[in-house]
Design a protein around this ligand. Structure first.
Ligand code: C5P
Length: 402
């Protein structure tokens, strides 16, 4: 009973793989989960609500109202009740509607009201699956933090062979169990994360900044928080936001402000992930008034900022984990290794501006993790939330070895 007491909303859409949703539901109930089924109108053409309500022990939700008495089926209530929403099978049409908030059925309104994470298991013909429109929609779902259970290669309902078969119910159940296990892994742990750029003031209106969007740091904070940790997120000026209940955001502007917040927060934590793109130099003097244009060149003298990661590296105890990032444009591995040692990091995450899809502003990243034992792990191009999950897995490995 690995899912005892868990509340799961199971969304079913109109695919031939809908029959597998019955096995999935049976397996979830066997594992102790309480399951509320939501079906799209098309799903009912493939499998009956009677089967699903008998297996779940609950009426199936499908229409906004019950026709004969007008009872309202609240997608908002389902969104608050669930610990997880699983949409299996998910058709190309449903994936498209989820990506673009097209709320023409109860499943989509439930998805938009969902407070919990969402797992999606696509099922469709191979050409539909690989069509750029569908691939783009899947990428959009990933960028919302949804977990995608990749379909398998194999025989499809059309008779064609290729990628598009919904993953088998027992594999989806293992993914669900893993998801809930992960939520407990860092319970009672506390982490510090830095994110975003720093702005170094030149005068009241101008600053020296950089292109960091903060997306990677926020994704790491959310992934740590999803694993049960409390997170202090010291963030430079960014537009990304988080509403995660386990994250407290401390907003700062300059490297010096970030430094001061970090040295205070770090001693109480189990570790820190230094994801911020901290300015290395700051103006020696900030002008009180806006600097006026003159005939001469303007010279601004810069002084070095504190290296926050290196300072925390000096403060670090044997039990604390310290993770840094390296964004390099040349001699990537050597530079990353040197930084890991200099800053006393447990591991360093290397991302290169030379990799398409990696770096500033984008929703994806491609990383290499290098640790103190010189073990290098190269990862594929993934969404920043999936990259964050890989980094959290590495943190768990390092903690286990301490
Ligand atoms: O030395 P470099 O800036 O390339 O090192 C990058 C790593 O050090 C990142 O983890 C970054 O967050 C951290 N760093 C810092 N304080 C600085 C400069 C970098 O914490 N002043």
């Amino acid at each position: 009973m690995r899912l005892k007491g868990k509340h799961i909303v199971l969304g079913i859409t109109g695919s031939i793989a809908a029959y597998k949703a019955a096995y999935l539901l049976r397996g979830l109930v066997k594992e102790g989960a309480e399951v509320q089924v939501v079906m799209t109108p098309a799903a009912k053409e493939f499998i009956t609500p009677v089967t699903m309500s008998a297996l779940s022990g609950k009426p199936v939700a499908s229409e906004f109202f019950t026709a004969n008495d007008g009872t309202w089926h609240s997608h908002v209530d389902m969104g608050q009740w669930a610990d997880l929403m699983v949409i299996a099978p998910a058709t190309a049409a449903t994936i498209g509607k989820m990506a673009h908030a097209v709320c023409d059925n109860l499943l989509i309104t439930t998805y938009l009201s969902m407070k919990s994470p969402v797992m999606v298991a696509p099922a469709m013909d191979l050409d539909m699956f690989r069509h750029p429109a569908n691939q783009k929609n899947i990428e959009i779902l990933r960028s919302y933090g949804n977990m995608i259970v990749e379909p398998r290669e194999g025989e499809l309902a059309s008779g064609l062979i290729g990628k598009g078969r919904m993953e088998e119910p027992d594999v989806i159940i293992e993914e669900i169990v893993k998801f809930f296990d992960r939520k407990k892994k860092l319970l009672n742990k506390h982490f510090l994360v830095t994110a975003g750029p720093t702005f170094e003031r030149i005068d009241p209106v101008r600053f020296i900044g950089n292109h960091s969007s903060g997306k990677m740091g926020y994704a790491i904070a959310e992934s740590l928080a999803d694993s049960g940790a409390l997170v202090t997120l010291v963030s430079g000026p960014v537009t990304v936001k988080t509403n995660h209940p386990n994250i407290s955001v401390v907003k700062v502007m300059s490297a010096d402000e970030m430094y001061r917040q970090c040295v205070v927060a770090f001693p109480g934590t189990d570790g820190a992930v230094m994801c911020a793109a901290v300015a290395d130099f700051t103006p020696e003097n900030t002008a009180n008034q806006k600097i006026k244009r003159g005939a001469d060149d303007l010279v601004i003298r810069l002084k070095p900022t504190p290296d926050i990661a290196a300072e925390l590296g000096k403060m670090k105890t044997d039990k604390q984990v310290l993770v840094g990032f390296a964004l390099e444009t040349q001699d990537e591995l050597e530079n990353a290794l040197r930084k890991m040692k200099k800053k006393n990091l447990d591991f360093i995450v290397l991302n290169s501006l030379n990799d398409p899809g990696a770096g500033f502003g984008v929703d994806t990243n491609k990383i290499t993790i290098i640790d103190r034992n010189n073990i290098q792990q190269n990862f594929e191009l993934k969404s920043k939330s999936e990259v964050a999950a890989d980094i959290v897995d590495k943190i768990l490995e390092v903690i286990a070895g301490k």
